[in-house]
Design a protein around this ligand. Sequence first.
Ligand SMILES: [Zn+2]
Length: 507
Amino acid sequence: MSLMSQRRGIHLDQSELLCKKGCGFYGNTAWQGLCSKCWREENQREKQKQIQDDWALAERLQREEEEAYASRQQRAPSQPTITPFSKFEERKTKEKSSKVNTVTKFFSPSTKTPPKKDAAPFDTQSSPSPSSSASRHSSVDSDHATQEFIDFLRPLKSGREIFKQCRAFTESMVYKRDTGADELSECVQDFYQNLSERLHTQFKGSSDHVESVMDQVEKYMMTRLYKEVFCPETTDDEKKDLAIQKRIRTLHWVTIEMLCVPVDEEIPEVSDSVVKAITDVIEMDSKRVPKDKLACITRCSKHIFNAIKVSKKEAASADDFLPTLIYIVLKANPPRLQSNIQYITRFCNPSRLMTGEDGYYFTNLCCAVAFIEKLDGQSLNLSSEEFELYMSGQASPHWPQATAASSCSPGSTALSQVHKGLDLLTGLGERQERVIEKARQLESDLIDWTDEVEHKVQSVIERFPAETQNPTATTASETSAASSAIDSDNVENELLPPPLQPQVFAG
Ligand SMILES: [Zn+2]
């Protein structure tokens, strides 16, 4: 088979990774192929146009209204002056100025409250917002992140100011959790942009310095906001997670040869790198900070490059990389893959996505997911009939009884036995995966159940104070001794654990 030389399947021109505007930054499918910068510019232009249109309309209505009013005045001088149209105008103005306020208020120098010289330089307690859900959710993680952020900012001249702004902004975000994800993302991106522009002025253009502050800002903010903005209910992120997870499961039969992946897992160092790459991409889900998630993708990608290099005994090309990344994603089936990609896209410091190795590998991962979504027979060098048979589970490339039955030699029978065995193992692996999933469900059910028991015991104690707790007080039933031990006490009966679901072990 000369699959390696055909390469008609998965190929991506490197220019396709770049922003469609030709600015040289990496693009992203979530931004219709644009980079973060161009996407925001485009968006703002559209928004600006909308605002202008609104104003034009409002002005026209106002003019018409004034004309009508003037003519009414001529007829009846005592007409009321407030009209729906001027109210509309009023509302528009109010909306506009409040929008401007929210963006600028974090950056206006705090002339109203001059810093108290003797007060602690960083008051971590939020003064104006009582018991916000940020503090309710504040875990060890976010407290740790806060302390780290403060320690980092302490030596900076404007550290205190930066901290105050970031804290105020983060708290304001918690109140917006019902807002759409795109809008939340825009708020955060505006904040990043304004702060980094200000830092550039302050540090006189030292990009490294600005980036290191921005990294800490992202870390502090996103550690605190993670629970509110990761896979929020206002989006269909979760639905997309389940869809890609299912899609990857149905593609379990795809082989390394079909993808033209130049990796030889017989070599111990290679299989070691493959395992590490799989582990890294799975680990992404456990990180909270976008930058840390990106670091997982970058580590995964470097293991992939190593696997290719050792297999080919030469440096890996970009053409080798993407199919191998697809192979790794198919093998790993990373948890909440779409949610993680969306979260990074929405809340990562944009400069990190637009340039550098993190940006490059992230863009490739997005492409890999897009490929997996539309993978077909042709991209795997299969006929569409074969592809359909494998997808439906009616045949397996490891056990091609449908296609190779006629040319059955004793050797191939033995081989097909081996393949059958392998298929069985794959099946068992999947079954095990499902069992583990159900076990997790069971575990959480049990936790719920324990809580329920606690609650019920508590309510029973309240209902039956100590003096009435006499076992003879219960009306004796006619049932056998064994069952009455349970039945005589309704409460105990209620406390039985939920029945085990039989399908858990059915496969
Ligand atoms: Zn661009």
